[in-house]
Design a protein around this ligand. Structure first.
Ligand SMILES: [Zn+2]
Length: 237
């Protein structure tokens, strides 16, 4: 028997989630992967979407709990200490005044608000640097999509700092986030920020990394971006 489809498949669907902080159950939108069609992917892996294409999964990366206001991503810690919980309750939950519904379709302004809330929550709870790096990187990509270069660079800079801290502290899960990826990202973000010497140091570290033959993608990209950095340096020197 053929199951009759009663409605057209929509790009967005509701994902059930449970708040990491207060355990409240709610739904948040996600974009079905078949509708995700970036026109280009940048050298820092940032996707660019055609103007007017609202099926951008970056808009839904941050989850905002409607009950307590805690805002987080899939990369944030899965359990929160009692002290951190109390800080969120004092600084976020008790001051919750906005009536924005984050569980519905989001435009740029709502997504931006959700990201900034998550940055604030992450700072308050001393979230892992790698989680904050990925958060700031995605917010930078969103700014790139709307052509706001100064905010893009501001958040690329935060992302670079957080990636550097996670590398220095060796505080990341190498299965999810290989060290060679982190080194490449720092190099590429430094290049975009005009820090040519630092960029070259990190690209060089990628080409000498023990995992380079396993991750040839990053090795090849690092070589290519290293050459580009040298060219940029010559033209701007
Ligand atoms: Zn909550």
């Amino acid at each position: 028997m053929i199951k009759k489809s009663t409605s057209k498949l929509e790009p967005l669907y509701d994902k059930k989630v449970q708040c990491t902080l207060c355990q409240h159950s709610f739904t948040t939108k996600k974009v079905r992967s078949r509708f995700v069609k970036p026109i280009q992917t940048d050298t820092d892996f940032g996707p660019l979407f055609a103007p007017g294409d609202s099926n951008n999964p970056l808009l839904y990366y941050v989850v905002v709990c409607p009950q307590c206001g805690y805002s987080y991503t899939q990369d944030f810690r899965k359990s929160i200490s009692g002290t951190a919980k109390q800080i969120i309750i004092d600084k976020i939950s008790s001051k919750k005044s906005d009536n924005v519904d984050y569980s519905e379709q989001r435009d740029f302004a709502i997504a931006e608000r959700a990201y900034k809330l998550a940055v604030y929550c992450g700072q308050l709870t001393n979230e892992k640097n790698i989680a904050l790096a990925k958060l700031c990187l995605r917010l930078a990509w969103l700014y790139r999509n709307i052509g706001n270069e100064s905010e893009e660079l501001r958040f690329l800079n935060f992302a670079a700092e957080e990636f550097e801290q996670s590398y220095i502290k060796s505080e990341f899960d190498p299965l999810n986030t290989p060290e060679i990826y982190i080194l490449y990202m720092i190099g590429e973000l430094k290049r975009r920020l005009g820090a040519h010497n630092e960029a070259v140091q990190y690209f060089s570290a990628v080409t000498e990394h023990q995992d380079r033959s396993r991750y040839t993608k990053y090795l090849n990209l690092a070589r290519k971006q290293w050459r580009l950095t040298a060219e940029e340096y010559r033209t701007h020197a």
